[in-house]
Design a protein around this ligand. Structure first.
Ligand SMILES: O=C(CO)[C@H](O)[C@H](O)COP(=O)(O)O
Ligand SMILES: [Fe+2]
Length: 230
């Protein structure tokens, strides 16, 4: 892995997808109390992916209860431009959208920033890194999906790691997120490839010791960042 600047930080963002959503506030607060740096909120529209989850009204309710945490929405939707203002109004901090269905990526990045949010660009497993290269300067973070988007609890795809490695090599200071099947058995591959933003759903939610799992994920990533800085 190429040398990362000292400013690169490990951030752990659990996904609430497989949590008990009838207790969304309590589940989210518990994750934050147990050491989460941010919340990764999976938004699905039943078109871009074959599943439905939550939308901006639910995010807004959650924001009314949790004032200060960083909220990332992972927009698995066919028309991400449509939800920028509602999500900004709901108190979202980072708007991460898939580039696959979007014709005009750069104007959408601009719109998201104008709405006061940071920009994440997400790639499905079948999307090559060349598809995002031209947009990286317009984004704050790149999300490399390590499962086919749509469902929690799937198996991690190790063969996505070359994408992470390429990004880290060429963009030492970039926030690079991995999402899907990330847990104690797969974090080393993510960390060594250069990911610094870690989304973990079932590995954290299903654990009886969320704090220990998140601390373990963090230690592994911080060790890799440190190795590159010495
Ligand atoms: O975007 C997602 C699925 O499309 C989820 O964020 C992801 O799957 C998290 O769950 P797990 O860690 O269980 O895979
Ligand atoms: Fe996600």
């Amino acid at each position: 892995m190429a040398v990362s600047p000292k400013s690169l930080k490990c951030k752990i963002g659990p996904s609430i997808l497989n949590a008990d959503l009838s207790q969304l506030f309590l589940e989210s607060q518990r994750l934050l109390d147990n050491g989460a740096d941010y919340l990764h909120l999976d938004v699905m529209d039943g078109h871009f992916v074959p599943n439905l989850t939550i939308g901006h009204p639910v995010v807004k309710c959650l924001r009314n209860k949790i004032r200060h945490a960083f909220f990332e929405t992972h927009m698995m939707v066919s028309e991400p431009a449509k939800w920028v203002e509602p999500m900004a109004d709901a108190g979202v901090n980072q708007y991460t959208f898939h580039i696959e269905p979007v014709k005009e990526v750069i104007p959408l990045c601009r719109k998201i920033r104008e709405a006061g949010m940071t920009v994440g660009l997400a790639l499905k497993p079948g999307t090559g890194i060349e598809a995002v290269r031209q947009y990286i300067d317009h984004a704050d973070m790149i999300l490399i999906m390590t499962v086919e988007p749509g469902f929690g609890g799937q198996q991690f795809m190790t063969d996505m790691m070359p994408k992470v490695q390429w990004l880290r090599h060429n963009y030492p200071g970039l926030d690079i997120e991995v999402d899907g099947g990330v847990g104690l058995n797969t974090i080393t591959a993510c960390a060594e490839a250069g990911a610094n933003m870690i989304v973990a759903g079932t590995a954290v939610i299903n654990s009886s010791d969320q704090r220990a799992v998140m601390a373990n994920l963090r230690e592994t990533v911080e060790r890799s960042i440190h190795k590159c800085n010495v």
